[in-house]
Design a protein around this ligand. Sequence first.
Ligand code: GLU
Length: 304
Amino acid sequence: MDYQKILNEIALEVGALENSGEVADYIPELAKVNADKFGIHLTTMNKEYFASGDSEEKFSIQSISKVFSLAMAFSLLGEKLWRRVGVEPSGNPFNSIVQLEYENGIPRNPFVNAGALVVVDVLLSELKDPEADLFAFVQSLTGSNEISYNKLVAQSEKETGYLNAAFVNMMKAKGNIVNETDEILDFYYKQCSIEMTCRELAAAFLHFGENGMSYEHAGFSLTKSQVKRLNALMLSCGFYDESGQFAFKVGLAGKSGVGGGIAAVYPEEFAVAVWSPKLNKKGNSVRGFHSLELLTTKTESSIF
Ligand code: GLU
């Protein structure tokens, strides 16, 4: 497979279309990004690398980080985790609060904000130094010690995150949160503000395409069955309430973020990360989604 030729074609085809959509601006600091950025990086299981565009530029990974924190919490609690967070697509936006009240403070899945906040609560309860562990875990997956978060973005999220505070408080009132609201939010905003390049994200996600992460990453490991479940969740819930469309048109397990990134995995073949800041109405990168649709069409790769 000539992946480099295919990535070059994708960059050309996507670049020729109007750069439609909107940059996320509900977090003011994110709105400062250059909307014309575009990068894509693909790493195969046998460690061949292919890239195009701004694939070496760091960007705000936002909700893609939820996969990393979930992997840690799953490694720590195993099946007990699913008593506190569900595994069903929500059919609602990532920041919808409606479902949470009538489903008794148990979030639909770990990728909606409420679910990711429960996952943070687990990490704060189970770990002595959860922040150090999160960065060590991501650095180990990536094979780089240059992973950090953007303090301005974290602060901007904190200043505007009334809804996230509402999620935590609602869940605390319903008995599904142990730690203090501010502690949970501070950790969550740091996690969302992590900056990575497409290359780093693809390197990290490659491990989710392996036959189980049976070796440890900074003390965390997942069994083959747990990695399968993580991929099942990415496929069914990884793209907000557009997860069905993504499975339908792209057919890869993955996760998007409002920074315009998407990381996806084709188990036992490759991991790919793409970045373009403009989002569609559902919160997914327009060019990112389109690129991955082109990738799986041109390579005829699908997990089905
Ligand atoms: N930090 C963002 C928030 O809490 C994450 C949103 C996302 O990427 O889905 O709203």
